[in-house]
Design a protein around this ligand. Sequence first.
Ligand code: SF4
Ligand code: SF4
Length: 84
Amino acid sequence: MSVQVTIREEACRGCQMCVDVCPTKVFTYDDAAAKARVSGVEDCIACLSCVYLCPSMAINEAGYTAVKNFYRDLDFSRRMERFL
Ligand code: SF4
Ligand code: SF4
């Protein structure tokens, strides 16, 4: 199972912290709705920064492999190569 990232829309306060913190630009900001959107989940490296940072605890991640150092996970390493 590949990683899944979801935002509980009713909880999102539109602070954009997830947009700013994500190293691989998984999120975009919907100006009209004043909400963050998941637009590039295939680039998520499961660093979990967004999950910890979101002040509304609106972001949920599933389907990732918990490892001490993410670069040891071959799937996420392949994704990261594009950003190095
Ligand atoms: S960090 Fe949380 S509350 Fe802020 S825009 Fe992202 S999902 Fe919404
Ligand atoms: S876990 Fe990391 S890479 Fe994935 S969406 Fe959140 S901040 Fe971006």
